[in-house]
Design a protein around this ligand. Structure first.
Ligand code: UTP
Length: 316
């Protein structure tokens, strides 16, 4: 029998150590910016989006990160590598703050890269991680999906995996009119607050065919059995090998749980959401926030005033 944990007992080691970060999509929604740069490298204030994602994995205790990269592989590899000449130049100037900022990405975790030669879909990108991951459960964090750094979503998902085994997806309630943009989960309660059993999944359903308004967002903890399922998953919606289709099979076996997330999450692959992310995170930065917020208030007041006088002119 297991002894109960006392308050002073160390936290048990997690069974999940590895994270996979798919970043090989075409990023067509963000063209032309993504013509020669992966969307995951677009700056959110002064760090590329993918750095926030790797920081999140590291904060949850995942110390091995595999990037699945596509045609822009160099930009991502270089960002998470040492930059010898730049580091030397900053060291010579005694600029230790910027030197740390340059060194930080490579120190976050043990970082590996693998190439997805053709962007055949998210399911295919995950399958590319098979050899690296082996037969252990692993996390998947989409490289363009940002969860606010103060949230603990990934740790909650890892806890659920440790208690229930199987796979865990992150779910967010969205307006029914938006569900066609996401994978959607059919769920039933577990009796545990914020944790549901996923009974089915469908990729980007029309509102009439959606089993719920629970959208699957870009965090997953997957059982290694998903690889066998992905191997025989045919191209689905959009001609791509969909992770959702493989998860649908696992859900049919009763091995998928969902963790309901009610915090802040941004899809930086979407232009409007990208702009919201940058403004919000800039406002909250102690070094930039005060000056930026003051400007923003003035800017918005100017817009409001222009709108009001436009309405008055129209009414006259
Ligand atoms: P998205 O569907 O958002 O990526 O994939 P996309 O296809 O690049 O975007 P648009 O619609 O053309 O703008 C979600 C995540 O899966 C990765 C993407 O890089 C993103 O992080 N992905 C997608 C791959 O790694 N490989 C793929 O074949 C497809």
């Amino acid at each position: 029998m297991n002894a109960p944990h006392s308050a002073s007992a160390p936290t048990p080691a997690r069974t999940v150590r590895k994270a996979v970060v798919p970043a090989a999509g075409l990023g067509t929604r963000f063209l032309p910016a993504t013509k020669a740069t992966p969307k995951e490298m677009l700056p959110v204030v002064d760090k590329p989006a993918i750095q926030y994602v790797v920081e999140e994995a590291a904060a949850a205790g995942l110390d091995d990160v595999l990037m699945v990269t596509g045609r822009h592989k160099r930009a991502i590899e270089d960002h998470f590598d040492n930059a010898f000449e730049l580091e030397q130049a900053l060291a010579a100037k005694g600029d230790s703050v910027r030197l740390d900022a340059v060194r930080d990405p490579a120190r976050l975790a043990d970082i590996h890269h693998i190439r997805q030669r053709d962007p055949l879909g998210l399911g295919h990108a995950v399958l590319c991680a098979r050899n690296h991951v082996g037969d252990q459960p692993f996390a998947v964090l989409l490289g363009d999906d940002l969860i606010d750094p103060r949230e603990t979503l990934l740790s909650r998902m890892l806890d659920v995996r440790d208690r229930h085994e199987g796979s865990v997806v992150a779910l967010m309630e969205v307006d029914p009119s938006q569900i066609h943009l996401y994978g959607c989960a059919a769920v039933e309660p577990t009796g545990e607050d914020g944790v549901v059993r996923v009974t089915g999944l469908v990729e980007k359903p029309s509102p009439e065919n959606a089993p719920s308004n629970y959208a699957v967002i870009g965090r997953y903890v997957l059982e290694p059995g998903v690889f066998d399922v992905l191997e025989r998953t045919p191209p689905g919606r959009g001609g791509e090998i969909q992770l959702t289709d493989a998860l649908q099979e696992l859900a049919g076996r009763g091995t998928v749980h969902g963790v309901v997330f009610r915090g802040r999450r941004y899809d930086t692959g979407d232009k409007a959401d990208y702009l919201r992310t940058v403004v919000r995170l800039a406002c909250e930065r102690p070094d930039l926030g005060p000056e930026f917020v003051a400007w923003l208030k003035e800017f918005v007041a100017g817009l409001t005033e222009a709108e009001r006088s436009g309405r008055e002119r129209f009414a006259a």
